[in-house]
Design a protein around this ligand. Structure first.
Ligand code: CS2
Ligand code: MG
Length: 402
């Protein structure tokens, strides 16, 4: 089998998605997600202008050699644009392989290690009461694990809280919006939020929280300690992870489980975090983490240190990535949990798929390959519109992490 053609599709059913379609001389094609929220066209160009010419004529079964060719070949390594482009090729090749062998991708990764994947959803509200109302709503929908984000008194906005009805979509069209942030009111409020949540919903439901890179290591240690009575499933992105040893400070002070990694793109971003057991869950997913080929190696490395997977799954990775993550999570032994932010009806129509949600769990389906498609005609009705993630500043104007 040979790769005969590869094309990049950029569509925007409510938000931008980048999809690579790789076609072969046997009429089988595969899809890969290359969506990088706020920098979509960089990945599209990396694929079209630099990668695609090099893969035409190659054997699509050679997932390992093509991954190495695309990682080592350019000489310049790592980074979200490069690794999202490599991921788009890699996932499309696994899709082709499954279709050619007439089997779901999870069977190529070790087969089923479990029937369904525990997923967590996002509950949020402008204040504690509205956030807990949304928790109750998601429990009614069947979720067993719920992330809670709330507005903070005194702050006009904060991460993870939708501005209006419907889900939280952070990328906004036009130039980056600017948010104002203060850590102290946040540190005072979040323990109250989870105390109330446990009081109202009991101990059984898994509760999660995303600090979204905003704390210093010692602030994260304080928050982790104050959240210990509420037994969180995890506290996510407690502090920026460029300096991995900062997590040692958090670990020394608290038993609240730590999750990190959605912004990572190779094992080197997490190597020390995992081998020192400074974290409990690695959040990388197939699109930004270099594809299934790389993510499987990371999961296997993490399994040596009792670190489990917790793949990123927001609305800003496409259904192609959701499908890939579900096949990956079905097979790996050290699966932890899968994030599930349901896509909009428009997005689901552009990307018809076989995966399903039922009673707090997701299932990849048994279609050959990934079980997801791209309706190119419909996709063409949603032209790309530049959009940016927000910028965050402290109240005194100092730029900080969003
Ligand atoms: C968030 C993401 O889902 C999460 O854990 O951190 O939604 C993140 O804000 C977006 O992916 C940014 O594009
Ligand atoms: Mg996050």
């Amino acid at each position: 089998m040979k790769i005969t053609r590869a094309t990049v599709n950029v569509t925007s059913p409510g938000r931008n998605f980048v999809t690579l379609k790789i076609e072969t001389d046997e009429g089988i094609y595969g899809l890969g997600d290359g969506t990088l929220n706020g920098r979509e066209l960089a990945v599209a160009s990396y694929l079209t202008d630099h990668v695609i010419p090099c893969i035409i004529g190659r054997d699509p079964f050679q997932t390992e050699d093509i991954w190495q060719y695309l990682y080592r070949g350019p000489y310049w390594r790592r980074g979200p644009v490069t690794m999202s482009a490599i991921a788009a090729v890699d996932v499309a090749l696994w899709d082709i392989k499954g279709k050619a062998l007439e089997t779901p991708v999870y069977n190529l990764l070790g087969g089923k290690s479990r029937e369904g994947l525990l997923v967590y959803c996002h509950a949020n509200g402008k204040d504690l009461d509205h956030a807990l109302e949304d928790v109750a709503h998601h429990i009614d929908l069947g979720y067993k694990a719920i992330r809670i984000q709330s507005g903070i008194p005194g702050l006009a906005s904060t991460y993870g809280v939708a501005k209006g009805p419907g889900g939280y979509e952070p990328a906004e069209r036009g130039l980056p919006s600017e948010a104002a942030w203060a850590t102290e009111p946040y540190l005072r409020y979040v323990p109250q939020l989870f105390a109330k949540a446990r009081e109202q919903f009991g101990e059984e439901v898994h509760l999660l929280h995303d600090c979204h890179h905003r704390l210093t290591p010692i602030e994260a240690a304080r928050l982790g300690k104050e959240l210990e009575p509420f037994h969180l499933f995890w506290m996510e992105d407690p502090t920026p992870a460029e300096l991995q040893e900062n997590f040692k400070t958090i670990r020394e002070h608290t038993t609240t489980p730590i999750a990190v990694g959605e912004v990572f793109n190779t094992i080197w971003d997490a190597h020390d975090l995992i081998r020192n057991r400074w974290i409990d869950y690695i959040r990388m997913t197939t699109v930004h983490g270099g594809g299934i080929t790389h993510l499987k190696k990371i999961a296997d490395f993490a399994s040596l240190y009792a670190v489990r997977t917790g793949c990123h799954g927001p609305t800003d990775v496409s259904p192609v990535s959701m499908a890939a993550a579900l096949h990956f999570g079905t097979a790996v032994n050290n699966f932890g949990i899968q994030e599930h932010m349901p896509h909009s009806a428009e997005t689901d129509a552009v990307f018809p798929h076989h995966y399903t949600f039922k009673d707090g769990f997701m299932y990849p389906g048994d279609a050959p390959g990934l079980g997801v498609d791209l309706d190119e005609k419909l996709a063409a009705t949603y032209p790309y519109q530049r959009a940016y993630l927000p910028i965050n500043r402290k109240l005194d104007g100092t730029l900080t992490d969003w």
